[in-house]
Design a protein around this ligand. Structure first.
Ligand code: UD1
Length: 347
């Protein structure tokens, strides 16, 4: 079992991955500045994993851009255990904000990753799992999308993820010993089946799933469906929704692989390989929550694509990992979280 550093472990994907890694027996230091995560999420992670797991979780509040915060995190493990690997979630992820404020996106996502990598080099830690995104593919030329598809992001958020991917490739080529996985997520949704942790976006959600859950719980009046005239089966956009617990288990599998097989640079799509339209998601969620979800078709959102679906076969070949949970389970678990926590982690 390894001593790990998890940046952004208090966020949506980070907190679920902490549960999976603690249950697998690893020891974690979480570094988070709580810009889009909550200390409460980590308290709940600790309760979910029980006293033995909670003893292996250590939390440091700090920013990946600050070398002294990184230094503290690398030395925070009990008995000074050295960090063997880093799982790097910390970053900003709102496409619209990235268009309005590219400097901040490059600072946090690219500058922050650079600062983390420099700290890893100083500490002699060269094993990293990085949160990338299907956003690096931009407008796909072919679906399902394989990892060999061109990287051609279309907004500053995507550029920042592609830049870090490139930096990681440059680093892996520069010096022996790096073991890096670049994981390209499709659409992470759902929640831990307990309903204790889940997605808690700041302000108005940009993404479909949290918007639906907030309408279902009465926080917002209506879901706007962005376009009913896409070239898809029902005219609404099709995406590859992946249950956040499947995604978390994908990180566990990638980490195990790096620690045992020692690949230098691995690039993997994490998706289900299944596409679902906006209307399908709405219908499935209505069944899960037993309520009707008011929605209206509005204009297409600029920058959207008709269909984005992963070819996840490489992850299955390399890691022996594939998604296990259906859209129905995504909706049931997402609803369990939102119903029990209508205001997210806020009281
Ligand atoms: C978005 C980002 C992507 C990012 C991902 C993270 C954009 C253009 N893309 O992907 O870069 O990696 O989130 O999860 O922002 N929809 C509605 N109504 C809504 C919201 C969304 O109809 O209120 C539709 C969209 O048009 C799309 C689908 O729902 O067809 C999913 O949208 P969303 O959840 O925002 O994810 P992506 O656009 O796939």
């Amino acid at each position: 079992m390894a001593q790990l550093l998890i940046t952004g472990g208090a966020g949506f994907i980070g907190s679920h991955t902490c549960v999976v890694l603690l249950e697998a027996g690893h020891s974690l230091v979480v570094l988070d500045n709580y810009s889009n995560g909550s200390p409460e999420a980590l308290q709940r992670v600790a309760s979910l994993v029980g006293p033995d797991g909670a003893r292996r979780l250590c939390v440091v509040e700090g920013d990946i851009r600050n070398p002294s915060d990184l230094e503290r995190a690398f030395h925070a493990a009990p008995a000074g255990a050295p960090v063997e690997a880093v799982v790097h979630f910390a970053g900003l992820k709102a496409v619209g904000d990235s268009v309005n404020d590219p400097l901040t996106y490059w600072d946090v996502n690219v500058g922050g990753s650079r600062s983390l990598l420099a700290a890893m080099q100083r500490q002699g830690c060269r094993t990293l799992v990085f949160s990338s995104s299907a956003t690096v593919y931009g407008f796909p030329t072919q679906v399902p999308i394989a990892e060999t598809a061109p990287v051609h992001p279309i907004n500053p958020y995507g550029h920042s993820k592609a830049a870090v991917e490139q930096l990681l490739a440059d680093l892996a080529a520069s010096e022996a010993g790096w073991r890096i996985a670049r994981l390209r997520y499709f659409n992470p949704v759902g929640a831990h089946p307990s309903g204790a942790i889940g997605e808690d976006p700041l302000g108005t959600p940009n993404n479909l799933f949290p918007f639906i859950t907030q309408v279902a719980v009465g926080r917002r009046p209506v879901v706007s469906v962005f376009g009913g005239d896409w070239p898809t089966q029902d005219g609404t956009g099709v995406r590859d929704y992946i249950h956040v617990m499947d995604l978390a288990e994908g990180h566990g599998a990638a980490l195990e692989h790096l620690l045992t097989q020692g690949d230098t640079l691995l690039t993997l799509n994490l998706g289900s390989g299944q596409g679902h339209s906006v209307l399908e998601v709405l219908r499935c969620f209505e069944t899960a929550c037993g309520r009707s979800i008011p929605h209206q078709i509005v204009a297409q959102r600029p920058g959207d694509t008709a269909i984005t679906v992963a070819d996840p076969s490489r992850a299955q070949q390399v890691l022996g990992w594939r998604t296990q949970r259906s859209l129905r389970q995504i909706c049931e678990d997402g609803w369990a979280w939102q119903r029990a926590n209508p205001q997210g982690y806020r009281p």
